[in-house]
Design a protein around this ligand. Structure first.
Ligand code: NDP
Ligand code: 2IT
Length: 446
């Protein structure tokens, strides 16, 4: 390891020793930024990366609520306000039993760089709770969301901090939280994104992350004179991001072979078509069922407790969660001829897996670049709320496509290592960093 990087990491580790996910995210960025700061010494002298690795503010709070049996439940709520150099804090809320400070700090750190890459004026934040919406009634989810917002409302606002969805937080949860915010403050404002279309939401926001990751892959393949037509695609997850990745892949002429959830994956050698996708959307979003039910309905393979990375493919989309694709999975993908990996999820590939992709020189797009479409359309939702107006589907989709293409160009600019190879990790980290760093330098020590 570069000695400057290890010196830097020693300091970060001494302050955050018990936060493995956060340290992993910071290390991945430090590997790109420390060598860059050695050449651009204003960043080094002013300790910009050290400052970025310390959240501006962390809020942790109790969330008490009553379940349907009248039994008292206690969860922990969080909001990490990471960086506001280029705009108000912006980023999703995650409701999942695995949520803790380390996970949310890694997500908020990544979010700051991702939001910078979009070119929109958004700082970085992330929040959530260890609450598990799975198996809860709508009434229980509403009670939890109301209690959560009863504390969170004092820390957020349309010019201060604008949360959105993430794992376990979709249209239903955003609705309940928006209603409670409005009731407490008496204001109808754009305090959350991912709202319903009838009450201030943006068209294309549900689709944006999935569509965006496919647009990013198209841009990478185009640089190689290739396209998605006829490509075999393997996808993990079956939530919001996975569903709209499938939809766009089908539209682009690719064949989607797998989807998964935390219990296993389905392998459909015929390909998931739009009719089957409609069934998955109903199954996951309305019935809140499990992906194995797809295998029963369509008579295909289901692999319990397994991940889909052993299925031979051209393009892989890890779209479920962090560290879901390890070194061994990466080796199998490469050995099976995979030419492109694009992360719909945040940090799904372990550092060792990333090194396998880099050594094999396949196309590899890190989450902060590839999945920025979701927060980009959240930014467009904020603009529409400020204008008190709403734009058409086509207008937003073309803005989304343009933003993704610009992120791809910025990655190619900073990440080109020779004529043939673009290191998208380095490109995304430096392009995201420079804009925030310059704003921090301009604003002084705050
Ligand atoms: P959803 O809650 O809609 O779906 C999550 C999916 O991932 C489900 O299929 C879920 O399976 C699976 N999953 C969750 N946790 C685990 C786990 N520990 N192990 C295996 N599978 C798991 O979330 P999203 O689709 O919104 O988010 C997916 C990823 O995309 C996350 O990393 C998120 O941070 C990232 N992302 C989301 C954006 C958005 O706009 N929503 C934007 C950018 C990135 P199960 O149902 O069994 O839990
Ligand atoms: O990880 C992410 O970019 C998101 N969950 C979306 C954040 C947002 O504010 O739309």
């Amino acid at each position: 390891m570069d000695t400057n990087v290890s010196e830097f990491m020693k300091i970060v580790e001494s302050r955050n020793g018990n936060e493995p996910e956060f340290l992993q995210a910071v290390f991945e960025v430090a590997e790109s930024i420390i060598p860059y700061s050695e050449k651009h010494t204003k960043y080094k002298l002013n300790k910009v990366l050290e400052r970025m690795a310390e959240p501006e503010r962390v809020i942790i709070f109790r969330v008490p609520w009553l379940n349907d049996k009248g039994v008292v439940q206690i969860n922990r709520g969080f909001r990490v306000q990471m960086n506001s150099a280029i705009g108000p804090y912006k980023g999703g809320l995650r409701f999942h039993p695995s949520v803790n400070l380390s996970v949310l700090k890694f997500l908020a750190f990544e979010q700051s760089l991702k939001n910078s890459l979009t070119g929109l004026p958004m700082g970085g934040g992330k929040g959530g709770s260890d609450f598990d919406p799975k198996g809860k009634s709508d009434n229980e989810v509403m009670k939890f969301c109301q209690s959560f917002m009863t504390e969170l409302y004092r820390h957020v606002g349309p010019d201060l901090d604008i949360p959105a969805g993430d794992i376990g937080v979709g249209a239903r949860e955003i609705g309940f939280m928006f209603g409670q915010y409005k009731r407490i403050t008496g204001e109808f404002t754009g305090v959350l994104t991912g709202k319903g279309n009838e009450w201030g939401g943006s068209l294309i926001r549900p689709e944006a992350t999935g569509y965006g990751v496919v647009y990013f892959v198209e841009a990478m393949l185009k640089l190689k004179g290739d396209s998605l037509v006829g490509k075999k695609v393997v996808i993990s997850g079956s939530g919001n991001v996975a569903q709209y990745t499938v939809e766009k892949c089908i539209e682009k002429g690719a064949k989607v072979l797998t989807m998964s959830d935390s219990e296993g994956y389905i392998f459909d050698p015929e390909g998931i078509d739009s009719g089957k996708l409609e069934y998955i959307m109903e199954l996951k979003n309305t019935l809140r069922g499990r992906i194995k039910e797809y295998a029963v309905k369509y008579g295909c393979e289901y692999h319990a407790g397994k991940k889909p990375w052993g299925v031979k493919c051209d393009v892989a989309f890890p779209n479920a969660t962090q560290n879901e694709l390890d070194q061994n999975d990466a080796r199998i993908l490469v050995a099976n001829g995979c030419i492109c990996v694009a992360e719909g999820a945040n940090m799904p590939s372990t550092p060792e897996a990333i090194h396998v992709f880099e050594e094999a020189r396949i196309l590899y797009a890190p989450g902060k670049a590839a999945n920025a479409g979701g927060v980009a359309v959240s930014g467009l939702e904020m603009s529409q709320n400020s204008l008190r107006y709403s734009w058409s589907r086509d207008k937003i989709d073309s803005k989304l496509k343009l933003i993704i293409e610009q992120i791809h160009q910025a990655c190619a600019l900073y990440g080109r290592e020779d004529n043939e190879y673009v290191n998208y990790v380095k490109g995304a980290n430096i392009a995201g960093f420079v804009k925030i760093a310059d704003a921090m330098l301009a604003q002084g020590l705050v």
